[in-house]
Design a protein around this ligand. Structure first.
Ligand SMILES: CC(C)(COP(=O)(O)OP(=O)(O)OC[C@H]1O[C@@H](n2cnc3c(N)ncnc32)[C@H](O)[C@@H]1OP(=O)(O)O)[C@@H](O)C(=O)NCCC(=O)NCCS
Length: 154
């Protein structure tokens, strides 16, 4: 979870040198194949469902490098409950560790906190996902609840 007032302080600390030439912008129809290639299979929202349901509350932001989609973030606003949920963040393996994930999350945070109803941003991450965990912590996210996932196999 990241609270609005904590982000304001954090934003001022972010090093301007982390800014590069990658373009961070809203999804366009021509991005679909690139998006499909990066979006994981078998997750709760598939790529066609996401793009068909974009609206004021459901946002898809792309990272484009040299005309190629290299990453995206998808997030949903729950204005009545005062928060945005970052549902998916993915960067092509070949483009990782260049702060593209950071820029995507920064954009999602900036857009969300422009909406006066949004007071906090939530992300769920697996405890062994060190790269994502580091990124979120660096941007000021604080750990709140740890969920345990149970599975019963046939
Ligand atoms: C998580 C992910 C989006 C990060 O994208 P990225 O563009 O590489 O992110 P950044 O370059 O901004 O930052 C990556 C951070 O992870 C660190 N990192 C990368 N690989 C790592 C590893 N194997 N172990 C530990 N840290 C690692 C980097 O050092 C960097 O942290 P730092 O800036 O504090 O040094 C990308 O790794 C990815 O798409 N992973 C697969 C999908 C995923 O896990 N999505 C998030 C689900 S919550």
């Amino acid at each position: 979870m990241l609270k609005r007032h904590e982000w304001k302080r954090k934003k001022s600390e972010i090093d301007a040198s982390s800014r590069g030439t990658v373009e961070i912008r809203p999804y366009r129809d021509s991005d679909f194949i690139g998006f499909l290639n990066i979006h994981p299979k078998g997750v709760y929202f598939n790529a066609p469902y996401i793009v068909q349901n974009l609206n004021d509350l459901h946002s898809l932001v792309m990272a484009v490098l040299d005309g190629r989609v290299v990453g995206y973030v998808y997030y949903e606003d729950f204005k009545a409950d005062g928060f945005s949920d970052i549902c998916f963040l993915n960067v092509l393996q070949s483009a990782q560790n260049k702060k593209i994930g950071t820029k995507l999350i920064e954009k999602a945070i900036e857009d969300s906190f422009k909406k006066s109803e949004i007071k906090r941003i939530e992300i769920s991450v697996r405890v062994n996902n060190t790269a994502a965990f580091r990124l979120y912590q660096r941007l000021g996210f604080k750990e709140t609840i740890t969920y345990l996932a149970y599975e019963l196999r046939l």
